[in-house]
Design a protein. Structure first.
Length: 399
């Protein structure tokens, strides 16, 4: 049996099964963990120092004790993780290509599944009433149902800028027991960014984690530098519609134009609901027969919290503009901004964004009533033991 020697002060402590070593590092295959210098050296020299292993595990957020499991016990643990993924997501989200804005980080999924299960297992709520509520409804009735169910105010939404409008929507959605998590690049204590997975995180798609009590929406934010508030708003409502239809095997690709104009019947229906919710057909009907200028395009985008691209896609789908006008109204490609790194935002703010307000509130309540240990809370909030970050978090929440 091939093994890797685990050493303490250059003295053999035990052996790690080589197959176990490979399988653990392939838990997140998109990250190419075996190429990390210390781990690559261990594979080449068939030995690794205990402290090096612990440090690496802290960086890649994988429990160090996995490496000491027997092949059979590890296999059971990996099967358990995979089964959880299958329950929460459809296979669509595991076959995405890096760089296309269609990839879903399994690391992010696993973290959020743990948070979701914690909330569901400790909830007194019954089945979430919004799940399936939009089935068998027209796009107009579905859009009205969303507004009614979430107590949406069109006038309040329109008076806000796009950033505040996004957070207005998130607040309404979370008030109805649907958790909204956002990508966070603004604090490395939340999601330590290692070079091997930066691009994966930046290209992670939005997705929904299914649950009968508290569905989770993951909304790309800083993780994808091409996202702007208008695109995030569209994505948020799109993912919300999936929950309302109880149909999850769809996603928004990076190229919204190509997808929305060449989508399947089912995908087209989802886009129509989103379009009706954000930019009602009664509004765009007023522009039939009118020459749409870029100024009109931009005013619609500003008023209805959309990107300029989304506006002309909706106008083209509804026949308000021709294909030639559509091409002439294409906006210039926006400059891609580099996501912030480091500690630009308070840790409490970043944790709330990434884990969602429902998760944070549930964990805080459990910490107050002593039903959750500090170690369990750290694994939920950070994905690992993070004493310094947790101390800062505890202080900022007066826990």
């Amino acid at each position: 049996m091939s093994t890797i020697e685990l050493q303490v002060k250059r003295t053999k402590a035990t052996n790690i099964d080589l197959d176990v070593f490979h399988k653990i590092l392939n838990l997140y295959p998109e990250e190419n963990l075996e190429q990390r210098p210390i781990l690559a050296s261990a594979l080449q020299e068939n030995r690794i120092d205990y402290n090096d292993l612990i440090n690496e595990c802290n960086k890649i957020l994988i429990p160090w004790y996995y490496f000491l499991l027997t092949p059979s016990l590890l296999e059971k643990e990996l099967l358990r993780i995979e089964e959880l993924r299958k329950v929460k997501l459809t296979p669509t989200f595991f076959s995405k290509r890096l760089g296309e804005g269609e990839i879903t980080s399994k690391r992010i999924i696993d973290r959020l599944i743990r948070c979701q299960n914690f909330l569901s297992e400790n909830s007194d709520e019954l089945k979430n009433r919004f799940i399936g509520l939009l089935k068998n409804k027209t796009e107009l009735k579905a859009a009205d149902e969303i507004k009614k169910y979430f107590e949406f105010s069109t006038s309040e939404f329109k008076r806000l800028n796009k950033k505040n409008a996004l957070y207005y929507l998130i607040r309404l959605i979370e008030n109805k027991n649907i958790n909204v998590c956002q990508g966070v690049f603004d604090n490395n204590k939340i999601l330590p960014i290692i070079n091997s997975c930066k691009e994966i995180y930046r290209n992670t798609s939005g997705f929904v984690l299914k649950d009968e009590i508290i569905p989770f929406i993951f909304l790309p934010s800083e993780l994808n530098p091409n996202e702007r508030e208008g695109r995030q708003i569209y994505t948020l409502i799109y993912l919300l519609v999936l929950i309302g239809l109880d149909s999850y095997d769809y996603l928004i690709k990076r190229d919204l134009t190509a997808e929305a104009l060449s989508s399947t019947k089912e995908e087209n229906f989802i886009h129509d609901i989103v379009g009706e919710f954000l930019l009602p057909i009664e509004i765009t009907n007023k522009f039939i027969g009118i020459s749409i200028t870029k100024d009109i395009r931009d005013e619609l985008a500003k008023s209805y919290k959309l990107t300029a691209t989304a506006v002309i896609v909706i106008l083209r789908k509804r026949g308000v503009i021709t294909q030639e006008e559509f091409l002439n109204l294409q906006p210039e490609i926006a400059k891609i901004l580099t996501p912030q790194n480091g500690r630009s935002q308070p840790i409490n703010y970043s944790i709330r964004k990434f884990n969602g307000s429902k998760t944070v509130e549930g964990i805080n309540d459990a910490l107050k009533n002593k039903s959750l240990s500090n170690i369990q809370a750290q694994y939920l909030l950070f994905g690992r033991i993070n004493k310094k970050g947790f101390k800062e978090y505890i202080s900022s929440n007066n826990l």
